[in-house]
Design a protein around this ligand. Structure first.
Ligand SMILES: CC(C)[C@H](C(=O)O)[C@@H](O)C(=O)O
Ligand code: SF4
Length: 469
């Protein structure tokens, strides 16, 4: 019978099912950061259990890590400092690979892991972090788990998992040069809503997805979780293999050939049935900006803040009213008339080298207005190094941006980088919930190029109009 990629990975990792209980799935890779692991290590200690496969684990420090160099030596926040120290102690005790703040490999877990080729097509991958979906870009089944599950996986290398339904999101046609993977991700969420993916694993396919670079596919899969899906997947292809070949944790020699043969068997079979299919045309996807407090509250940049009456479903109408109040916005305001106080270029959605290249292209020769703060935060030290070699840091600092050390930074207010109440931010991250970037902070999600144009103008800009100028 024709199978989807998800079904193939599922079948290959099925271990056992007790009657009346969820199936047990084998876990290949376990990613870790300092926020969701301490209680799991504590649980192991109390039960006096070892870690079953320390080699399946790769850990980093990212969420609590300050991005100002001077603060990285003595962390100003005692809670963050304790989480960081606990992670270092736990990894040392169990002999785990940890990219700590002194490591040249340090950075955000979902940026660092692909840099070293740690996750391969067909692998099951978990992490106590919802944006684990990022690694679906490699055709791996990757998803976030809770802290008690982190402990369970460390002890057993298995996870009780119910089987998901399958959704195909097919994006046909060609994207305009102004739109990016981020715009595709936001447009999909705008279309299906933040609950649209509930109970599903999404496979992204179609000409526009095939045309994305590996980094673009990571951005897209990163946001699968924001549409409510368990995970996002893109079929592996030559781009995937080229990306992985030669990386530290990629198979070598004969094992590479064997792996390649397996990877090539993974894409969904012709005629495989999906439980739900959504189709979009890439040509229709304009640069997107969120106006509300949920990623689904999004419009193309040339449109206006909606009216509650635009929504026929009552829940969405109420959500619109509440979001407008929190965001301090009036219906009918053109998105391009909304001024910002802050611009954040970073997060595991958009802090890879291609993101900095795209933003720098627009930032070049511009000046951030005096009343705007713009920070560029590479996702890892390797991204930072590469960007500096290309002179991108200079482009940003010449334009009045701050150039920071890697970490989650202003994606979430956990490390000193945050908005003040009422401040408005154009952000390349993935969540615009109330208080996400600081209590009372107002977040608008955009692509890196849109963020750079916003930083230069002090308000949102339709980047499609820039070239004609
Ligand atoms: C801290 C962590 C549990 C959280 C997540 O799961 O996503 C964080 O990374 C986030 O983006 O909100
Ligand atoms: S960058 Fe943001 S979304 Fe990604 S792991 Fe860090 S906090 Fe979560």
């Amino acid at each position: 019978m024709a199978k989807t990629m998800y079904e193939k990975i599922w079948d290959a990792h099925f271990v056992h099912q007790e009657p009346g209980q969820a199936p047990l799935m084998y876990v290949d890779r376990h990613l870790m950061h300092e926020v969701t692991s301490p209680q799991a290590f504590e649980g192991l200690k109390i039960a006096d259990r070892p870690i079953r496969n320390p080699h399946s684990i790769l850990a980093t420090l990212d969420h609590c890590v300050p991005t100002k160099l001077k603060d990285r030596i003595n962390l100003p926040d005692p809670i963050g400092a304790k989480q960081v120290q606990t992670m270092m102690d736990n990894c040392q005790h169990h002999g785990l690979t940890l990219y700590d703040m002194k490591s040249k490999n340090n950075g955000i877990i979902h940026v660092v892991v692909p840099e070293h080729g740690f996750v391969h097509p067909g692998m099951t991958t978990v992490c106590g972090d919802s944006h684990t979906a990022t690694h679906g870009a490699f055709g791996a089944l990757a998803f976030g788990i809770g802290t008690s599950e982190v402990e369970h996986v460390m002890a057993t290398q298995c996870l009780p998992q119910s089987k998901s339904k399958t959704m195909l999101v097919q994006v046909d046609g060609k994207l305009s040069k102004f739109s990016t993977a981020k715009d595709i991700a936001l447009a999909i969420i705008g279309e299906i809503g933040t609950a649209g993916g509930n109970g599903y694993v999404i496979e992204y396919a179609g000409e526009a997805i095939e045309a994305l670079s590996m980094q673009g596919r990571m951005t897209l899969c990163n946001m699968a979780i924001e549409s409510g899906a368990r995970a996002g997947l893109v079929a592996p292809d030559q781009k995937t293999y080229d990306f992985l070949e030669g990386k530290e944790f990629a198979p070598k020699g004969e094992q590479w050939e064997q792996a390649l043969a397996y990877w090539k068997s993974l894409p969904s079979d012709d005629g495989a049935a999906f439980d739900h299919v959504v189709k979009l045309r890439a040509e229709d996807i304009a640069p997107q900006v969120t106006w509300g407090t949920s990623p689904e509250q999004v419009v193309p940049v040339d449109q206006s803040v909606p009216f509650p009456s635009d929504f026929s479903i009552e829940g969405k109408r109420i959500a619109c009213e509440s979001a407008l109040g929190y965001m301090g916005l009036e219906s009918g305001t053109k998105m391009t008339d909304i001024a910002v106080d802050f611009v954040f270029l970073g997060s595991c959605t958009n802090s890879r080298i291609e993101d900095f290249r795209a933003a720098a292209e627009i930032a070049k020769g511009t000046k951030v207005p005096a009343n705007v703060t713009a920070i560029a935060v590479p996702g890892s030290y390797l991204v930072k190094e590469q960007a500096e070699q290309e002179g991108l840091d200079k482009i940003f600092t010449d334009a009045g941006w701050e150039w920071r050390e890697p970490g989650c930074s202003m994606c979430l207010a956990m490390n000193g980088d945050q908005l003040k109440p009422g401040e408005r931010c154009a952000s390349t991250s993935n969540r615009n919930f109330e208080g996400r970037q600081g209590k009372g902070g107002r977040t608008h999600l955009v692509s890196p190029a849109m963020a750079a144009a916003t930083a230069a103008a002090g308000h949102f800009v339709d980047i499609r109009t820039l070239e004609q100028a």
